[in-house]
Design a protein around this ligand. Structure first.
Ligand code: C5P
Length: 251
């Protein structure tokens, strides 16, 4: 029996340019999703106070998607500042190595914030990886995702962000005590946009993801609460199917 309700596994991306638009979506969706994600657009526009504003208005979990990427000392300091804001999750890129990941985890010490390593952005394909200079042997993104997830695990991150195409392999290798957060979520009728490694909500959860990150498929829907409710139904079905003989854990 799953302890986290299906709708609470939806992390809604507040990819909007100001607080008043964010508040509109919070009011519309707070009964339909479990976590609100503050990304670079909203954070840069509003500053750190936006974290408290979103938390107080929504009463929901906060995913602060900073995607930190700098030298360890700088990022450790940034993490100490960011984790004091009270977010539940904060992200850091895995591709600067274990030292950076460790520094970020140290920076979160004594707070409730869980550090998640971003393995390979869901907007990148195998061809894109080769184009930016990643070794040909990692043309299959899953191999690079697993490699970077190992670094995140060694550095004591709470989990990783990866696409639903890799979630099953990550769950199999790292077991139940490792969070998997999956963006790049698209239904059959949704525009893919800049995302490349996409899966449906059902596939992501069935493959072992704990949470899915959804932005445009809900934001651009004619009826966002209805779109979220349909996604929650899919998650519910995937959780049931998972219980009946699946790969990963059931919390
Ligand atoms: O609109 P869409 O559903 O594609 O939004 C995806 C969200 O997930 C964006 O806010 C993006 O920053 C975030 N994200 C991602 N890929 C990652 C990590 C986060 O697309 N690897």
């Amino acid at each position: 029996m799953s302890l986290i309700a299906a709708k609470d596994r939806i992390i809604f991306a507040l990819d909007v340019p100001n607080l008043s638009e964010a508040e509109n979506y919070i009011d519309l969706l707070k009964d339909h999703v479990g976590v609100f994600k503050i990304g670079l657009e909203l954070f840069v526009a509003c500053g750190p106070s936006v974290v408290k504003a979103v938390a107080e208005r929504s009463g929901k979990g906060i995913f602060l998607d900073m995607k930190f990427h700098d030298i360890p000392a700088t990022v450790k300091g940034a993490m100490m500042s960011a984790s004091s804001l009270g977010a539940d999750f904060i992200t850091v890129h895995c591709d600067e190595g274990r030292g950076l990941l460790q520094a970020v985890v140290e920076g979160s010490a004594g707070t409730k914030t869980k550090v998640l390593g971003v393995t390979v952005l869901t907007s990148l394909s195998g061809e894109d990886l080769v184009e930016i200079g990643i070794d040909e042997k990692y043309r299959t993104p899953q191999d690079l995702v697993l490699h970077r997830a190992r670094l995140a695990r060694l550095a004591n991150c709470s989990g990783v962000v990866c696409s639903g195409q890799e979630a099953k392999a990550v769950r199999q290798e790292f077991g139940d005590d490792f969070l998997i957060i999956t963006p790049g979520i698209r239904g059959s009728g949704d525009a893919v946009g800049d995302q490349k490694r996409v899966v449906t909500p059902y596939e992501a959860i069935y493959n072992g993801a704990d949470y899915i990150v959804v932005g445009r498929p809900i934001r651009n829907a004619p009826d966002p609460p209805r779109a979220a409710a349909i996604i929650a139904e899919e998650i519910e079905k995937a959780l049931k199917d998972r219980e009946n003989g699946r790969v990963g854990k059931i919390e």
